[in-house]
Design a protein around this ligand. Sequence first.
Ligand SMILES: C[S@@+](CC[C@H](N)C(=O)[O-])C[C@H]1O[C@@H](n2cnc3c(N)ncnc32)[C@H](O)[C@@H]1O
Length: 389
Amino acid sequence: MPLSADPILPSPSPEAAAHSAGLAEHIASVIAAEGDWIPFSRFMELALYAPGLGYYTAGSRKFGGEGDFVTGPEISDMYAKCVARQAVQVIQAVGGDVLELGPGSGALAADLYAEMKAVGQAPKRYLMLEVSPDLRERQRARIAQRHPKDLDRFVWLDRLPEKIRGLVIGNEVLDVVPFSLVHRTRGEIYERGVIVSEAGFAWDDERIPEGELKRRAAAVIPPGDYDYLTEIGLAAEALVRTIAASLEAGAALFIDYGFPEREFYHPQRFMGTLRCHYRHRFHGDPFFMPGLQDITAHVDFTAMARAAESADAEVYGFTTQAYFLISCGLAVMVSAGDPGMTLSRLKGTSAVHRLINPSEMGELFKVLGVGRGFDVPLLGFQSARHLPL
Ligand SMILES: C[S@@+](CC[C@H](N)C(=O)[O-])C[C@H]1O[C@@H](n2cnc3c(N)ncnc32)[C@H](O)[C@@H]1O
């Protein structure tokens, strides 16, 4: 079927284009089999996670300079060093393991374990929950190379454990969990879905049946009669709720780009936050080369906090990535490596600068900490400015 082409985005190799065409055919066959219309969340699930074909489940490079995007742990090992301090605090207090959600290339796992070991606090087990078989293999190879003697401490899980004790961390995971698109137009709220047209995939709005999505859409879309398109992440909320319910004692940290509800569903954000990442460019067309690009949306952290609370967990903090890293000791660590380093010079060093500068990841990225059975302030929020949720 025809694929949407954008002359500004770099062309894929013939092999990559053929792979994408194969996935597009698969998605088109699913649309036909499921009534000629699928919700956008289903399209996203197939584009990212269709077995052997999706962006995360097939072998495209994804991370780093030659991939499509760079994440905090990939930018600098300072990120892992800060998280290590947080992990040590939690595990010293409640015992247990580190559980990482969606470890991607394995950069955080390798660096976080190394740092915890360097301070004599290696976790007994470093658990990883990864939905992508391709990424699991890459993680395993990286850990085998960095920690060959400790490989047996790393455990890949197929599903969340029923009970979790220790620190759970998910960096840039909630933004890639399939979300729904809802659209107010002509005074009615619809669910936006995908059909196959002669020109390829196309948008199509359907009435929303009674249920949670309809209720939520009516609650969050700002009043008015103008067109408003936005995302609702019910599956990401379910993931947070399940983790919060499973935490016997400890904390879960969710780090991602996003906002609290009142900023997310602001009248001015009337076209939503859907964003695709392809070779370090971002754009808003999820139909472009399925399987070769990431599809994301910002995270509504208020909804995530409520999801945790609905499982009787506490919200321990919500702040920016910059405040969190600095509260974990980023400035102190960098200046310990270079005694002449002041905070203003630190901001100038490029990798750390990217992590904490407000115009890069420092402010758009937020950290939400939830948990139970941990009764002192989490290190990463101790000297951070708490943001309202
Ligand atoms: C954008 S990448 C981030 C990778 C890594 N955390 C980092 O910061 O570099 C998203 C990761 O989440 C994984 N993922 C997506 N949905 C998941 C889920 N429901 N449970 C666990 N991992 C998931 C993907 O396969 C991928 O490893």
